[in-house]
Write a protein that binds this ligand. Structure first.
Ligand SMILES: NC(=O)c1ccc[n+]([C@@H]2O[C@H](COP(=O)([O-])OP(=O)(O)OC[C@H]3O[C@@H](n4cnc5c(N)ncnc54)[C@H](O)[C@@H]3O)[C@@H](O)[C@H]2O)c1
Ligand SMILES: [Zn+2]
Ligand SMILES: [Zn+2]
Length: 351
């Protein structure tokens, strides 16, 4: 008899229905995970609310997965039923030029994880390629799966501050007060940054970030000129490191203008396809700016970010604003979209 499970099926932009579907069978050479916690992130919202699959529906999204191994195919020895694991959504090949040079985030041999049924469901299946490549991490006993689910959104921010070497005494301006901006602020403070400025156009989002002492100054760029404000807060010098963590080309332009001479400006947030950012190259030239485009996280950084996320000293409780059952996914989308929630984690196996 086929077993059923609850899953959040996307039928079209914004049309998400929690229904019963067949529980995935265990693939030959693979395994099945019972999803305990699955985070909802900015890319999920974008995929769920736009025609992300060009008419090919229904589809199950969700990629920030922590759960219990529920079934293991014969011959697979890497996993045992009942263990809790965090599954990084991307399994790098570990063999190509990029993987071997420490840039597995650029690995061209990865499967597009959004093409497979995801974790907004009670169960998710993984095939033999995943078993071979790994990128799964055992969650130690006593660690809340909700906390462990933060490892995925943490990974790219961890990698970013690692790559640009945010260091003691740095001033940092972060444009975008979403969960990513808040992660960046916390990590910059951990690395010793002395001044952290968070900029956003959304007053709600800035207000939510008030819970974080790591942020020294909040700037509402729909009310004041953020360039002038960052210069004022940094003795007219600009910030050593500026990170644009939002989808706006305007913010990217502002970011360049508030970067200190010889400082670093990061393009962390992607902008809509086709949108171009106008750049005064003389500014970059004469001020000696470093411009760095950040994407993803290499294999080692994925692991380090996971270790930090499950460290009880990391303030997971302040980042996760809501833990909701799968049935509330539409509410979760709305709350995240409007900024009412900072970070929602869904728990598909709890009612
Ligand atoms: N580089 C990577 O590897 C990577 C990984 C994850 C997310 N991202 C990107 O990082 C960005 C932030 O992610 P998130 O989950 O926090 O997104 P989010 O949508 O929750 O937050 C983005 C914030 O940016 C603010 N914003 C919009 N326009 C702005 C502007 N002109 N100036 C200042 N703030 C502005 C919004 O009000 C919002 O609060 C997104 O663009 C996302 O796609 C990149
Ligand atoms: Zn994510
Ligand atoms: Zn590779």
């Amino acid at each position: 008899m086929t077993e059923l499970m609850d899953a959040a099926l996307m039928y079209g932009p914004g049309d998400i229905r929690v229904e019963q579907v067949e529980k995935p069978a265990c693939p030959a050479g693979g395994f099945v995970v019972k999803v305990l916690a699955v985070g909802m992130c900015g890319s999920d919202i974008r995929n769920l609310t736009t025609d992300s699959r060009k008419g090919v529906y229904p589809h199950i999204y969700g990629h920030e997965v922590v759960g219990l191994v529920d079934e293991v195919a014969p011959g697979v020895s890497q996993y045992r039923v009942g263990e809790m694991i965090y599954v990084y959504p991307v399994a790098h090949c570990l063999r190509c030029d990029f993987c071997r040079s420490g840039h597995s985030e650029q690995c061209p041999n990865v499967e597009e994880y959004t093409e497979q049924p995801g974790g907004f469901a009670q169960y998710i299946a993984y095939g033999p390629k995943r078993v071979e490549r790994g990128a799964t991490f055992p969650v130690p006993d006593g660690i809340d799966p909700v906390r462990a689910a933060l490892a995925e959104p943490m990974s790219s921010t961890y990698a970013c501050v690692d790559n640009i070497n945010v260091t003691m005494g740095d001033s940092v301006a972060i444009l975008g007060a979403g969960p990513i901006g808040v992660f960046l602020a916390i990590l910059c403070r951990m690395r010793g940054a002395s001044t952290i400025i968070l900029v956003d156009v959304n007053a709600d989002r800035l207000e939510k970030s008030a819970a974080f002492d790591e942020i020294d100054h909040r700037v509402n760029s729909s009310e004041v000129d953020p360039v002038e404000e960052v210069l004022r807060l940094t003795d007219g010098l600009g910030a050593d490191k500026v990170i644009s963590a939002n989808p706006s080309t305007i913010a990217q332009q502002q970011g360049l203008l508030m970067t200190k001479r010889a400082g670093t400006m990061v393009f962390f947030g992607g902008v809509p396809k086709g949108a171009l950012t106008e750049v005064d190259s003389n500014l970059i030239h004469y001020r000696g700016l470093w411009i760095y485009g950040h994407y993803g996280s290499n294999t080692m950084q994925v692991q380090k970010a996971f270790e930090l996320a499950i460290d009880p000293k990391f303030p997971a409780d302040r980042i996760v604003s809501h833990v909701l059952p799968l049935a509330d996914i539409n509410r979760a989308i709305e709350m995240t979209r409007t900024g009412e929630a900072l970070k929602v984690i869904l728990t598909p196996n709890e009612q």
